[in-house]
Ligand binder design. Sequence first.
Ligand code: CA
Length: 260
Amino acid sequence: MTPTATAVSTRCCARSDVGRARRHNEDRFVIDGDEGLYAVTDGMGGHGNGEIAAGIVGETIASYLKEHPAPWRWEGAEARAQARVDRLRRAVKEANRAVLRAVAANPQLEGMGATAVVLLADEGRLLVANVGDSRAYRLRGGELEQLTSDHSWVSEQVEAGYLSQSQARKHPFRSVVTRALGGDEEVVVDVREVKPEPGDRFLLCSDGLNAVVSDEQIRGLMLDVGAPDDLCRELVDAANRHGGPDNVTVLVLDLDDAES
Ligand code: CA
């Protein structure tokens, strides 16, 4: 009997919508409760190829984790924690290689790629990984925190002080990502560990949400709307009320309150 993969009790819901301007939905999400895997991936590449890339990324991460269970380490908690981080990073890197292999096998897919934001619940810990501009947020004690850094051109400009957040949201280059799966052979995957607390509420989303809905509006909805499925619908509706210029995908994960 191996240790259980998920010791974090959760409620989860996701919703993906084509939006008001696009013909294809190139976003995908993955929910695998057995593995404690939650992911959103946003495909790019045109001609509907983005949805192929997004599909490959979601499936590869899920199957890699299934085929490579977290190794049991007797060296102690620190070694186990590092092994879990490495495992998730390898899963995302494998997704990168899988997209590149698909392109190598079919040159018509040239240029396709995808982002990934992944939340993995494992032995009572949470890991967050990302490549690209899909985001993870956490609501705790009424405060909203973005857990991921966007790998995007505008985000680099904001960090360097050349653009404000609101200028970035309207900038013509706002959807240019500086890292994606399916780009280079080697991809840098950000992974961080987040200590879960009872009552935490997590949101994974594609940029179709945060490009048009401000963090303050996202925070308000995450505070006010109780049930995860209602919250998913409200978030998608908010993006579409703001024009729905892009596909929008949201995944909400609620950790149970203590003793409930
Ligand atoms: Ca997008």
